[in-house]
Write a protein that binds this ligand. Structure first.
Ligand code: NCD
Length: 312
């Protein structure tokens, strides 16, 4: 039962619970009209302390498409945060007005912290610093399910900023729970996967390399990512590393015919726009699935009912 629960990291939910969200997302995609009023009268608070395009808009679009409404801010300077209000007080206040809240914050652990203050309001982590981004992971799972038929036994290449990329941390933790998944971690030495994530993985299920060309032909899924400028202490270091990998048509020639290229977006230079027309480039469809999967998540956490008074 997901009603009333928080989603702070993907491991908060069992594989069966995640499957129930995917099935609901599938149903919503097949029949969006059927779900267009299930959240009527419900309010989602959207609290963005860090910039966002896809995550914020897809949450807001998701709630509106379920018939619910939205309050919130995308610039904390316009809220009482700028007067020095604590996060705990902000959350306790928001809970007086809304049924569910989504929070993005630059500091690791913030979503978990605020969930302790919310007594009757599910909290969804929309990204906490370089730590986790569980709803991007749900988006990624739905995309893999749709394009590859399931999650087991894929060889997944994860390329770019593995050190700071929170979408990557959440995705790798999640996929490692499925059968037979193997990872190829492709990054400059300076941006390698952190030890705390590697320690969670069994020996033999991953390898690390700096060379994308050498491994691209082995991959079923290539997950590209942006170098996370905002997490760098040195701008010079960022500039040196930002264009380390650029996926272009030439590189795609060496990839399998049915490999898919994913990216949480925003893209900077790491995928040349000439790749966008390749049928294997699925990142904009991925962004669309993000809205459907968030519709399913909101409906589940609110425990809303269908016309027959059954929890959907
Ligand atoms: C990601 C994020 O915010 O971590 N974006 C997103 O939510 N789709 C990826 C990124 O910013 O690089």
């Amino acid at each position: 039962m997901l009603k009333g629960r928080h989603l702070i990291e993907p491991n908060d939910f069992s594989l069966d619970e995640i499957e129930s969200i995917m099935q609901l997302a599938d149903n919503i995609i097949a029949n969006p009209e059927g779900y267009s009023m299930v959240c009527k009268g419900k309010l989602l608070a959207s609290l963005f302390y860090e910039p966002s395009t896809r995550t914020r808009f897809s949450f807001e679009a998701a709630m509106l498409r379920l018939g619910g409404e939205i309050i919130g801010f995308d610039d904390p300077n316009n809220s009482s945060v700028s007067k020095g209000e604590s996060l705990g007080d902000t959350i306790r206040t928001i809970e007086c007005y809304s049924d569910i809240a989504v929070i993005r914050h630059p500091r690791e652990g913030t979503a978990r912290l605020v969930s302790k203050f919310a007594k009757n309001m599910p909290i969804i982590n929309a990204g906490d610093g370089g730590h986790e981004h569980p709803t991007q992971t749900l988006t990624d799972l739905l995309t893999i399910r749709k394009f590859k038929g399931g999650y087991d036994n894929h060889v997944v290449g994860v390329c770019g900023d593995l050190l700071f990329g929170r979408t990557i941390h959440s995705l790798v933790k999640m996929l490692s729970r499925y059968q037979g998944v193997k990872f190829v971690f492709i990054s400059p030495k300076e941006l390698q996967m952190p030890e705390n994530i590697l320690n969670l993985l069994n020996d033999g299920i991953y390898k690390e390399t700096t060379n994308l060309d050498e491994v691209i032909g082995d991959l079923d899924i290539l997950y590209m990512s942006r170098v996370q400028r905002e997490r760098f202490v040195s701008e010079e270091e960022y500039l040196r590393l930002k264009d380390y990998y650029v996926l272009d048509k030439k590189k795609m020639k060496s990839a399998k015919k049915d490999m898919i290229v994913m990216h949480p977006l925003p893209r900077v230079n790491e995928i040349a726009t000439e790749v966008d027309d390749d049928p294997r480039a699925v990142y904009f469809t991925q962004a669309k699935y993000g809205m459907y999967v968030r519709m399913a998540l909101i409906a589940k956490l609110l425990g809303v009912e269908d016309k027959n008074d059954k929890c959907i």
